[in-house]
Design a protein around this ligand. Structure first.
Ligand SMILES: *Cc1c(COP(=O)(O)O)cnc(C)c1O
Length: 365
């Protein structure tokens, strides 16, 4: 594809691939039950726990074939207990999705729900943890992609610590670009995906958990495909997975992890995303648009913007798409009043220059 008229994805995954990652898809035809794929699996799992220094040596990863939701669901199915309760703290679509999973797997659970976009309700969490001694786990989304809000996990994790409760995280849209201090937050397990901040292709997602959590805290999953016990045993035994893996997506993830490391790791990626966010914000604010949340409350990964009065999302989307940029609609009741721009992927200064022109054309009064 020509570099100057390629489509740039500004939706929250999949992302615009680098040439290097795209080319890795052509590495060859491999069988997932041959030793070379077992080596690749081990290599990827080792690299995944090294993305964050604090996790290396303390966490193990398993990868599975499926989108981010499959990893979150596998984590819930395999770690949310049958005989004690999980408290889900929600403020958007993805937190609410974890509630649906707990219900689908018949696991005892409670919910502390905040309206989409608002901060998580820590007072209510404290009340629940004080009151309900059946709660042993808390599940929460790190970056709520519904609005771009980065949930502040430090106080939540303190509450978990005080109550001796395990923390399960959906880090699908933060892993690789936001701080995830596993020790300070005392994370038990987290789920994430190849095709967001890691810049791989869709098809592979993964779960990281503390070594002792893998050894002692797996529960009967009530699922054949999403039973992490089988993946853990296979990938950390002979290196094989229980089911066919997306071999080419694994090539791409391996390459993307290599690229991330060479480019300076998650901290460098965060500063690149922050710079993009700032660049886009200057343009949109100059055109009279406003953010939905106060800017300092957003992740570096995605911001939500209020649609100007009388402007329809579909017109904005169509105008930007015609100029080579794909943005994302709001979900649910936000679909008419916001749009979202993600800052992930292999985007260069030329692309950003063209984006400026496209935004100015789209929102010209
Ligand atoms: C993208 C995302 C998911 C997973 O969505 P898929 O469509 O399955 O990839 C889960 N949680 C969050 C916070 C996300 O942003």
């Amino acid at each position: 594809m020509q570099n100057n008229n390629r489509t740039i994805l500004l939706n929250p995954g999949p992302v615009t691939l680098s040439e290097r990652v795209r080319n890795s898809l052509l590495r060859g035809d491999w069988c997932h039950r041959e030793p070379e794929f077992a080596d690749l699996t081990r290599d990827i799992n080792n690299r995944l726990v090294r993305v964050y220094r604090e996790m290396a040596g303390k966490f193990d990863a398993v990868m599975l074939t499926g989108s981010g939701t499959s990893a979150v669901e596998a984590m819930i199915a395999s770690f949310a207990p049958h005989t004690s309760s999980t408290l889900v703290v929600t403020n958007g679509v993805y937190g609410e999705r974890m509630v649906k999973m707990l219900a689908a797997y018949n696991r005892p659970h409670h919910v502390v729900e905040s309206p989409w976009g608002e901060v998580i309700d820590l007072d209510q969490v404290r009340n629940e943890l004080d009151m309900r001694t059946d709660i042993t786990h808390v599940a929460v989304v790190h970056h709520e992609t519904t609005t771009g809000r980065l949930n502040d996990l430090s106080q939540l994790s303190e509450l978990c610590g005080e109550h001796g409760v395990r923390l399960l995280l959906d880090c699908v849209s933060s892993f690789g670009a936001e701080a995830i201090n596993a020790d300070e937050l005392n994370i038990a397990a987290l789920a994430a995906t190849a095709n967001k901040c890691l810049h791989g292709v869709p098809g592979i997602s993964f779960v990281l958990a503390r070594k002792e959590v893998w050894k002692q805290e797996l529960v009967p999953a009530g699922s054949v495909y999403l039973d992490l016990a089988a993946y853990y045993q296979g990938q950390h035994g002979e290196g094989f997975s229980p089911f066919t893996q997306s071999v080419q997506a694994a090539f791409a993830l391996r390459e993307a992890l290599d690229e991330l490391e060479e480019e300076g790791g998650w901290e460098q990626r965060r500063s690149i995303y922050r710079r993009r966010a700032g660049y886009i914000a200057v343009i949109l604010k100059g055109l009279g648009l406003e953010t939905m949340l106060p800017p300092q409350e957003y992740s570096c990964v995605l911001w939500s913007w209020l649609l100007p009065e009388g402007t329809s999302y579909s017109d904005v989307h169509a105008s930007l798409k015609a100029d080579g940029f794909v943005i994302y609609a709001g979900q649910g009741h936000f679909s008419k009043n916001i749009f979202r721009i993600a800052h992930m992927g292999d985007i260069n200064n030329d692309d950003l220059g063209r984006l400026k022109t496209a935004l100015q054309k789209c929102f010209a009064i």
